[in-house]
Design a protein around this ligand. Structure first.
Ligand SMILES: [Zn+2]
Length: 239
């Protein structure tokens, strides 16, 4: 995985670019601060402004290292110089839930003797889910973890992205619990880790908050038993 512009400059929501490839309803840009999604996280949304007006980007369709910015108008063709704007509210919702999914992951790992995450999904509407490899547990114990997640929001812990050698990371106990949704290393063999200060450190290529205090309340909804060894926890952002 390449190092994304949105990883290098997480606060960059607007910039100029030019179209380097186009088809009806989609364009490839010379640079893009959109997050392409992946690992269960939806992509950024936003707009591309041209001399003729603004058009919405509904999602990113990655094709290898090429990102097609898919437009709301399937017939639209765009060329030349453009101005790009990322939807900051959407980014914040997704980054909030994604960051809290790290926190929940860490709490489940501690509460249930090293239980692993087997899948995750973060949606643009402020909802998401995580699947944990858990069997024969009381779902109320799982549901009760919403409170310590909200404690972490209230404490305002710093969240940092750091890059480490991928081989070293593979040998570090604890990082492995999220490998099912972890990104591949960068071309120079580094792995991106998200560090929630004093609580959690795991490999991830998604978008995150820079401080847990930026999140709205975290609420746990339905918990489903999906197979003998799988609990699906649904969650959402509260008010
Ligand atoms: Zn993440």
């Amino acid at each position: 995985m390449a190092v994304y512009l949105c990883h290098e400059q997480p606060d960059l929501y607007e910039h100029d670019a030019h179209v380097i490839d186009a088809r009806p309803g989609a364009v490839v840009l010379s640079r893009s601060a959109f997050h392409p999604g992946g690992g269960g996280q939806v992509s950024d949304i936003g707009t591309i402004e041209t001399a003729d007006g603004a058009i919405e980007v509904t999602h990113i369709e990655p094709d290898g290292d090429t990102w097609w910015h898919v437009l709301s108008d399937a017939d639209a063709t765009i060329e030349g110089d453009v101005h790009v704007a990322i939807d900051a509210d959407h980014r914040l919702r997704v980054a909030s839930l994604h960051t809290m999914s790290h926190v929940l992951n860490a709490l489940v790992f501690d509460e249930f003797e090293g239980s692993l995450v087997t899948g995750a999904q973060i949606n643009g509407d402020g909802t998401g889910r995580m699947d944990f490899d858990l069997s024969a547990i009381d779902n109320d114990r799982l549901r009760a973890l919403a409170e310590p997640v909200n404690d972490v929001i209230a404490r305002g812990l710093e969240v940092r992205a750091v890059y480490v050698d991928a081989d070293e990371a593979a040998a570090t106990p604890g990082l492995v619990r999220s490998m099912s949704v972890a990104p591949p290393p960068t071309p120079d063999g580094r792995l991106r880790l998200i560090d929630v200060d004093g609580l959690d450190r795991q490999a991830c290529g998604g978008t995150h908050l820079t401080n847990t205090g930026q999140s709205r309340r975290f609420e746990i909804g339905k918990i489903e038993n999906k197979g003998k060894h799988n609990r699906r926890v649904r969650f959402r952002l509260g008010d």
